[in-house]
Design a protein around this ligand. Structure first.
Ligand code: ATP
Length: 363
């Protein structure tokens, strides 16, 4: 079995008496990208900086490539420059008065590498981000996206064993961010370099990662591959933070549960069938039902479970999709759909959802 490239165990980072992070534990396999995702202040950057050696933890352990970089118990704390990691920041921190070449060469010069090696490494790194033709240009005469590529080339020039990214795309406009996301993911695959990426942008996390760690107030709420984070959120926080969800509370009906599904009373005369995915089910259950997994149709669907007559209260056009607000079991449920097929505010319609998409959250 392959050993993890990065192992973080029970890491706690405190500022004064208050623990900002932890304890957190996670692993990154060689060549994989793990993303720390969460709202502002949840401790993503602090965790990343501790990995880099820029923040001193108060306890726990960090191992990279089998070597201990930090261990509270053993009094080990390897300095940042000896960890073999490279970091790309949100503010690209490139020097505007230098050429693109010199920006990328800077760290190699500081490390007193021979001139021929510097030239070779800089060109290889610029090739990687398709910026070779700009080598002689002043960095100030580049667009934001190009500057971020230079910062990336600089980080890659050392051939680091691990790349750390702190919201590297957040200063770019939405369109460019979308393009760079794909580019970065391809680059990460091409280099096969293990990466840890920090973002508060859900799409970025889902699009770029092998593993997503959702953080909240210094703790890990869920760590899983992107599709699992999206389709099987563990807690209401994850369900809510990762895309739009309806949270539905119900009471267990063991007498109706069948075919591996659990049945819940959500109101008088309204039963919903859901999937527990191996999670323990108490008497009172909260479900996550994604807005995009619900269907509203004018004809009654053929399925026997999870079909209800509803009234459409509002239809809000959002461009790529339309958001419907329907009255179901005495409450308002939000549905997002791309095709309306005759659905409009005020009409009676059918609401349906596959029980596999009604996910039991942990108590
Ligand atoms: P953002 O997305 O806004 O950067 P984040 O998830 O990266 O947020 P951190 O920057 O890691 O969050 O901060 C985690 C917590 O630690 C926050 O409550 C923050 O206020 C606190 N914190 C960060 N740096 C310091 C510091 N130098 N001194 C005291 N508290 C700090």
């Amino acid at each position: 079995m392959t050993a993890p490239h990065i192992e973080v165990d029970d890491l706690i980072i405190s500022y004064g008496p208050v623990a900002a992070v932890g304890p957190v534990s996670f692993k990154v396999m060689p060549g994989q990208q793990l993303t720390l995702l969460g709202p502002s202040g949840c401790g993503k950057t602090t965790t990343l900086r501790a990995l880099a050696g820029l923040e001193q933890p108060s306890s726990g352990r960090i191992r990279v490539g089998g070597e201990t970089m930090y261990s509270g118990a053993d009094g080990i704390d390897i300095p940042a420059e000896k960890r073999g990691l490279s970091m790309v920041f949100q503010s690209y921190a490139i020097w505007p008065h230098m050429t693109v070449f010199e920006n990328v060469a800077y760290g190699l010069r500081v490390r007193k590498r021979p001139a021929a090696e510097i030239t070779e490494r800089v060109h290889a790194a610029l090739d990687l981000v398709q910026m070779s033709r700009f080598a002689g240009r002043a960095a100030s005469a580049l667009s934001g996206g190009q500057q971020q590529r230079v910062a990336l080339a600089r980080a890659c020039a050392f051939s680091p064993t691990v790349l750390l990214f702190d919201e590297p795309l957040s200063n770019l406009d939405a369109k460019l961010r979308g393009d760079m996301r794909i580019e970065l993911r391809e680059l990460q695959h091409r280099l096969g370099v293990t990466s840890v990426y920090v973002t508060h942008d859900l799409e970025e996390a889902l699009a770029m990662s092998d593993q997503v760690v959702v953080m909240r107030a210094g703790h890990i709420e869920q760590a899983a591959p992107p599709d699992e984070i999206y389709n099987r959120p563990r807690t209401s926080f994850v369900a809510d933070f990762v895309g739009s969800s309806n949270l539905v509370e119900g009471r267990l009906r063991p007498d109706l549960s069948a075919d591996g599904l659990i049945a819940l009373d959500v109101a008088e005369d309204t039963v919903i069938y859901a999937t527990s995915y191996g999670r323990s089910v108490k008497d009172d259950v909260t479900l996550s039902v994604r807005t995009v997994h619900l269907r509203v149709t004018t004809h009654r669907p053929a399925s026997i479970r999870n079909v209800w007559a509803v009234t459409v209260r509002r239809a809000v056009f959002l461009g790529d999709m339309t958001q419907l607000h329907v009255i179901w079991a005495g409450r308002e449920i939000v549905v997002r759909c791309t095709a309306l097929d005759g659905i409009a505010a005020g009409i009676e319609a059918w609401l349906s959802v596959d029980p596999a998409h009604c996910v039991v959250l942990e108590a």
